[in-house]
Write a protein that binds this ligand. Structure first.
Ligand code: ADP
Ligand code: MG
Length: 220
């Protein structure tokens, strides 16, 4: 269970304060497929970053499976981010000079990659329909293919929590459907909790958990 309690977030840009979240309380059950929806600028990305401990709330608290992110040591929080969270960013964040398979392995390259892990990265790319693109670089891939590489990278560590910021924002319907179904398979087969920020309500099933954000507050 992800338990968000009365979380506020004030972004400071110079002397300007932006109240991105104004007291958000919500719960996301473990293993659920969840969406955060709402107008542009309502605080969706801010909330997603806080769930992944990529940023800290200004007040309030977040617990993940009973562990308070705010009271973790820096080392434990780094470990949580690195080992338990798979983040899929809006702009893919691929490295231009690496092949698809090396991009999937990128978080592990500094420590050295055993053959089994390289095989697993290839298998993931094949599962996502990129078996014939393993050695292509990002600029040789379409937007949908790049996004699937980013997804494979997030999934390689078998994260308990997958956070995706508008993963289909710039993709056509066919690619969007493929990405959503890959994430649903992961949720079902690995029991991962998946939280997706989206504008596209047509991908939401009646059984999904939906958090509506408006002006930094939960609307429903
Ligand atoms: P959404 O993802 O719903 O579009 P965001 O969470 O990105 O909304 O942003 C919420 C508000 O906070 C917006 O007004 C945005 O301009 C502001 N904001 C987001 N990130 C920062 C930041 N790093 N510095 C200053 N303001 C920010
Ligand atoms: Mg956003």
């Amino acid at each position: 269970m992800i338990d968000v309690r009365d979380v506020t977030k004030i972004h400071r840009r110079g002397s300007v304060e932006v109240h991105a979240l104004r007291g958000v309380t919500c719960q996301i059950p473990t293993g659920s497929f969840a969406f955060i929806v709402g107008p542009s600028g309502s605080g969706k990305s801010t909330l997603l970053y806080l769930l992944g401990a990529l940023d800290e709330p200004s007040s309030g608290g977040i617990e993940v499976n009973g562990l308070s992110l705010g009271s973790m040591t820096t080392a434990r929080r780094d470990q949580f981010r690195r080992e338990e969270v798979g983040f899929i960013f809006q702009n893919f964040n691929l490295l231009a000079n690496l092949s698809a398979v090396d991009n999937v392995l990128a978080p592990f390259l500094p420590r050295g990659v055993p053959k089994a892990q390289r095989d697993e990265a290839q298998r993931l790319l094949e599962t996502l329909g990129l078996g014939d693109r393993l050695h292509h670089r990002p600029n040789q891939l379409s937007g949908g293919e790049q996004q699937r590489v980013a997804i494979a990278r997030a999934l390689l560590k078998r994260p308990k929590l997958v956070l995706a910021d508008e993963p289909t924002g710039e993709l056509d319907t066919e690619n969007s459907v493929a990405i959503l179904s890959a994430l649903r398979v992961l949720c079902r087969e690995q029991g991962s909790t998946v939280v997706i920020v989206t504008h596209e309500r047509e991908y939401i099933d009646p059984s999904d958990c939906v958090i509506r954000i408006r002006d930094g507050r939960v609307a429903s």
